[in-house]
Design a protein around this ligand. Sequence first.
Ligand SMILES: O=C(O)CCC(=O)C(=O)O
Length: 290
Amino acid sequence: MFAQDLKVQLNINIGEEVKLKCRNNTCISGNHCRELLSNDKKAFLKLCDGKRQGWNSQLKKENRLHHCEFYSPHPVFYWQPMKVEWLASDPKVGQFIEFASREELHALWDHAPKAFRSQVVGTNKTTIKSDVRTGTQSWFPDNHWITKRLSLRIQNLINMNYETSDDWQIGSYGIGGHYSVHHDYFEKDYAQSQWFHKRGYHNRLATFMIYLADVELGGYTAFPRMNIFVKPVMGNAIFWTNLHSDGEGQNITLHGGCPVLLGNKKIANKWIYYGGQMLRFPCLDAFRKP
Ligand SMILES: O=C(O)CCC(=O)C(=O)O
């Protein structure tokens, strides 16, 4: 079965809901309010079926990057380099293979707060009910050995300070569960009115997402404006940057979670903020070239 068929059968309205959140192009709901081009919706669903579009002038040339390497950007990876598949360079998108062990994934899932709520989006301090996301989630702070351990690994891997980050967001989707296309960064007006901006966090610079389980069918993470889809594989993680070096949102990072066709999708998200990275990235463009 393809994502398109499931969309019809389960009456999933991927992408449409996002429009409802915009009134006269004015944002009324955080980051989930960009007008979607029908091309984005089409490309998203195609990627959800595991098919890429042909490369065209709309898709940035430099994003055709694709290569794999053993990556040891910090001495902790000296004996065991991380396997990485680079998918795009600007913004940087990479998939880390076997980022976490099964024991660590079970620990993260088992110790996460169980107060799962359905259909909510936001940060750990601001949560709003939404119809663009059909799944459950909870927030898990960095005060537990497992969250601290994984956050430190991320910090060493992508050279970003995790002290200015959201708590871990642990999410799960059943059959038909999906997350319509959206950006992880917040619209300027919304960001500026929020606690994280006032504390100097600014906006979400990077997303680091771990897949906690395999999904039998569907559930890809798809980026329609970069022609990228990633299959959820237990223990793997994806990482991308959401902002330009001046802190403006990278609109080509539009992405979403495709409908799960068979199985259960479990993910853990860590969003790292722009504020707090200045000592690591005096000029935020200075990402290591793969
Ligand atoms: O489920 C996915 O693959 C994407 C999730 C996502 O985009 C998010 O949680 O912000």
